[in-house]
Design a protein around this ligand. Structure first.
Ligand SMILES: [Cu+2]
Length: 119
């Protein structure tokens, strides 16, 4: 098969996949959170099932991060005045606890609840 035809077949394949799978085509919705000593704002977040980009800005003087209980995706470390993002897909409804993975921070109050509701 000539290269040009192979490329167009692949293109058609991806167009079909994105047509049948809306989550593949849609960009993630952004959730903005700020971290400070020793809290997240907001600490209560409500979303619907889907793909999200969680953006955390560290407005504090210490390094912070963001982890979600039961999920492997995390931001280990954000320097003061820096911003980092994480893409997370929530397929199931439920309450997810998020927290700062820096030692001792969760115990000082750096945690929150992300509630995912059915679409
Ligand atoms: Cu922290």
């Amino acid at each position: 098969m000539p290269d040009g035809r192979r490329t167009s077949s692949l293109l058609v394949f991806f167009l079909v996949v994105s047509f049948y799978n809306p989550s593949f085509a849609q960009p993630p919705i952004e959730i903005r959170i700020t971290a400070d000593e020793f809290l997240f704002t907001p600490a209560q977040i409500q979303v619907h099932q889907g793909k999200y980009k969680i953006t955390v800005t560290n407005e504090g003087g210490f390094p912070h991060g963001l982890a979600i209980v039961g999920r492997t995706e995390r931001i280990k470390y954000i320097e003061p005045n820096d911003t980092k993002s994480l893409i997370v897909k929530f397929d199931r409804a439920g309450s997810y606890t998020f927290f700062c993975p820096q030692p001792g921070h969760r115990g000082k109050g750096m945690e929150g609840i992300l509630k995912v509701e059915k679409k």
